[in-house]
Design a protein around this ligand. Structure first.
Ligand code: GLC
Length: 427
């Protein structure tokens, strides 16, 4: 399989065999051959949050074999979004140009762009028209492209099919059904009812935002104004707080990030789990106790399907990148159709290219693709703010208190509204 890249704005065309081998004579003919100081071409580093499925190194080797003068070095930062963000921003604030390409959480684009840490990109160099529509919005700030979608993500509800089938019940479509099944069926099987990612970190912001969106509410409006104080937000936080209070969300889930919650589900300790699609691969693996016994459906909401928060990551070029031309070409490579296929087949991560979700062979191998596609298409982005970190910290703190200390959802929503108003006023 070949893909063609227009290098140096169409001056050079290279053909690279996707398995990573350079086709005869083509390797030296890429932009790398002409690498010279000042032309924006040369070696690079790519920083990413933990590569949980270990697929990215081998994928980048495919690029490196074809581009010996534009090699990319992978730098893996911690697993959690917050720790990665902290490491990146510490470096960026001090003007450290160590990383040329940032594999950034979709939630950070506004903040990084507003701070001048990432450079605007030339939209014509990337296959933007091939992406699932919602993902593109996460890559823009003030209508300019600052990053290129690379991996998308949407929360799904994993459920124990064996348990529900045994009770003759379908998977829940509403919170009331989920709550009833979690209260009644789970204890009969010695299972916890429901978990998500409820430790105070970005994952809790995601879970809480999903609850608010699913009930029809919002956190910030399009112009950044605080919109959270609404009956819908009270309903959303009420769902999460009630779960802990009434015991169908195990208290232990207040300490879960993605990996702890995935482990609990695949160890056979939960009836329901909200997680990203990557958890499907682990729960199907040889060391899972629930392989073949679970399914995944869209997240439920108060009266029907809920709304997932759009997750995933975008690739951005640092404003201090040493070789921005090579960086853009690498991003084009990583978003090309064959590489995007490997993001799914080798990384178990949701690709951004729409056509892959309709591929019958892929659907056979990854039966959750249609559910995931529907979830991504109806997913909503997190609030956009140049002060996103503070926004997220406020959401996490308030929601964790509401859940762990059984605080009144109405009072929690009022407190969140006050804290967010203080954050956005400072902006
Ligand atoms: C996943 C999502 C990302 C989100 C994070 C929260 O990595 O892709 O967007 O911020 O989880 O924990």
């Amino acid at each position: 399989m070949r893909w063609i890249r227009a290098a140096g704005r169409g001056l050079l065309v290279a053909a690279v065999v996707l398995a990573g081998h350079v086709s005869a004579g083509a390797g030296a003919g890429t932009g790398s051959a002409g690498a010279a100081p000042g032309d924006g071409r040369g070696p690079m580093t790519l920083a990413t949050a933990g590569d949980l499925t270990g697929y990215l190194g081998p994928l980048l080797e495919g690029w490196n074999r074809g581009h010996p003068d534009e090699r990319v070095t992978l730098v893996e930062l911690p697993d959690s979004a917050d720790e990665t963000r902290a490491q990146l921003t510490t470096g960026l604030r001090s003007g450290d140009g160590r990383y040329d390409i940032l594999n950034m959480d979709v939630a950070w684009t506004s903040e990084f762009a507003a701070a001048g840490w990432i450079a605007p990109l030339d939209a014509d160099r990337f296959p933007l028209g091939s992406f699932l529509p919602p993902v593109l919005g996460t890559a823009k700030y003030e209508d300019r492209l600052y990053a290129v979608p690379y991996v998308t993500n949407a929360g799904m509800l994993y459920y124990r099919k064996d348990v529900l089938d045994g009770a003759g019940e379908p998977p829940p479509r509403t919170w009331a059904e989920l709550e009833r099944q979690a209260r009644t069926l789970a204890p009969r099987h010695g299972l916890g009812g429901y978990a998500g990612q409820f430790l105070p970190y970005e994952g809790l912001t995601v879970n809480a935002t999903e609850a608010v969106y699913s009930a029809g509410g919002s956190i910030l409006g399009d112009d950044g104004e605080v919109t959270v104080d609404s009956p819908a937000a009270r309903t959303g936080l009420g769902f999460l707080a009630r779960g802990v209070r009434d015991g169908w969300i195990p208290r232990e889930a207040l300490t879960y990030k993605e990996e702890e919650s995935r482990q609990a589900f695949q160890d056979g300790r939960l009836l329901f789990l909200r997680n990203w699609p990557y958890a499907y691969a682990g729960a199907s693996g040889a060391d899972s106790r629930v392989a073949g016994k679970f399914g995944a459906v869209p997240l439920p909401g108060p009266d029907g399907p809920g709304t997932s928060v759009l997750g995933g990551s975008n690739l951005a070029v640092s404003a201090r990148a040493r070789h921005p031309e090579s960086a853009s070409d690498l991003i084009a490579y990583l978003t090309s159709a064959p590489v995007q296929r490997k993001v799914l087949t080798e990384g178990a991560l949701p690709p951004v290219r729409a056509e892959l979700y309709r591929d019958p062979e892929l659907i056979r191998r990854f039966p959750y693709l249609p559910t995931l596609r529907a979830s991504v298409l109806s997913a909503a982005p997190r609030p956009k703010s140049a002060r996103y970190e503070q926004v997220s910290l406020a959401v996490q703190a308030v929601v964790h208190d509401a859940m762990a200390q059984h605080q009144d959802p109405a009072e929690s929503v009022r407190r969140l509204s006050r804290e967010l108003s203080a954050v956005t006023r400072r902006g």
